[in-house]
Every structure is written in C-alpha cells, then in structure tokens.
Design a protein around this ligand. Structure first.
Ligand SMILES: [Zn+2]
Length: 245
C-alpha cells in the first residue's frame, strides 16, 4: 500500500468515526431537549467518551473514558416541580433520541448534492444514523448498558407494577434531596412530608425487599419517620443522624 493510500484510509476511517459520533450527539441532544421540555432534571450527559456530570446546580465536572466511545447517555430524574403524568413524559424522553435521529435524515438528505463530497457525507451519515437508531431500539440490557428499546418494552408491556417501579426510580433522588434540605433546615413538617414520600417510593422498589444491605435501611427510614412524628407532637428537636441511601 502506498503511503498516500494509507493516509487516505486513515482519513476515511476518522471521518466515518466522526460522522458516527455526530449521529450519537444528535441522539443524546434529542433526549436532553426532551428532558428539559418535559420538566425532568438532567444529572449527566455522555456523548461517546466524554461525560459531563452536574455536581452542583449549573456546575459540571467532566470525565473521559475510551471504552465508552461508541455510545451515549443522558442521566435524569423527576423534578420536584413537575409531578403529574410522569409516565407519559418518561416515554417521550425515551423515544426522543431515535426521533431526533429520524428527523436528521431528511434534513441532511435535502442538504446534500447528488454527487461529490456532500453526497458521500450524506450517504455515510444516513447509514450510521440508521445504525444508531436501530441499535437503540433493541430491547437489550447488559450490566449498566440499558437501551431505549428495553426501557420502552418494560414500560409499555411489563405491567403496572414495573411501570410504577420505573417512575419510583425517577423520583427517589429529588425526594431524598428535598428531605435532606428540610431536615438540615430543621423544618420538621416538611422533612416528614418528604420522608413519607421517600418511604413510599422505596416500598415500590424490589431491592428494598430483597437486598440484605437495603432491607435494614428501609427500617431505619421508617424509624426516623416515627421519630419525626414524635418530635412534631412533643415539639422537640429532630435527631441529627440520617441514614444515607
Ligand atoms: Zn437513547
């Protein structure tokens, strides 16, 4: 192989990789925009190897992991502000990644010429976009990789209990945060309100009935709930120790 051919092959491979990552970016942007439009809180966004995690409100830290090169993800949870129709909003967020990929295809096709570099780019983009979209629609989960298709199948066909479990997972972290805030501020009524919701959500999650580490934690939360009720009735300060989830 001539050096020029080799250079060209490397250039084409990098261009294909770049176009693939562009399709992943469009997919994750679809999820991100839908999350914000549907009133969810975004914890993190990962496009390929780059992950941005929100450590505090409006402050991001970033991580780079080469093994994540071919995928992306948006981490989100239910916001305390929007509490209704969580299930429908969740489905909209899950399908929005593939919807963004689908919308990008006619846009790029109409922009491309019939011949030349633009047409080559468009052909490659459309092929890789379809690959990203169809891969994400597979009902597949392995370790910490969960594809959109798997979430959709669980949500639409696995019954009411599974649906409630998914929604409960979305709600747990903002409820815990609100409980901690009220508890630290010494607001017993609000702390009790949020803690009761945390306990209701934990009861919907199977790991709190099956995992040896989590079973005593639920009991501790219930104990804290009775202490809070007692502290409200007797007008005494609340106990300082909080179990961590
Ligand atoms: Zn997706």
């Amino acid at each position: 192989m001539e050096p020029l051919d080799l250079l060209r092959a490397v250039g084409i491979s990098l261009a294909v990789l770049g176009i693939y990552v562009l399709a992943v970016i469009i997919h994750e942007l679809g999820h991100l925009i839908a999350c914000l439009a549907c009133g969810f809180e975004v914890d993190s966004i990962r496009v390929s190897s780059l992950k941005l995690t929100m450590s505090e409100p409006r402050r991001f830290t970033w991580h780079w992991k080469w093994s994540d090169l071919s995928s992306g993800a948006v981490g989100f949870c239910a916001s305390g502000r929007s509490t209704s129709h969580t299930g429908i909003r969740y489905v909209l967020v899950v399908i929005s990644g593939v919807a963004a990929n689908a919308a990008s295809v006619p846009l790029v096709a109409s922009w491309a010429d019939l011949r030349g570099v633009r047409a080559e780019f468009a052909g490659c983009f459309i092929a890789l976009t379809l690959l990203v979209a169809f891969t994400n629609l597979m009902p597949f989960r392995y370790r910490d990789v969960t594809l959109d298709g798997f979430l959709l199948v669980v949500f639409l066909f696995a019954g009411k209990a599974k649906r409630n479990e998914l929604i409960a997972r979305l709600k747990l972290s903002p409820l815990l945060r609100d409980f901690h805030k009220a508890h630290n501020a010494g607001d017993k009524q609000r702390a009790l309100h949020w803690l009761t919701q945390v306990i209701n959500v934990c009861r919907l999650l199977p790991e709190f009935r099956t995992k040896p580490k989590l079973i005593p934690l639920l009991a501790k939360l219930e104990n804290l709930q009775s202490n809070l009720e007692l502290a409200i009735v007797t007008e005494t300060p609340i106990a300082a120790d909080l179990p961590t989830l």
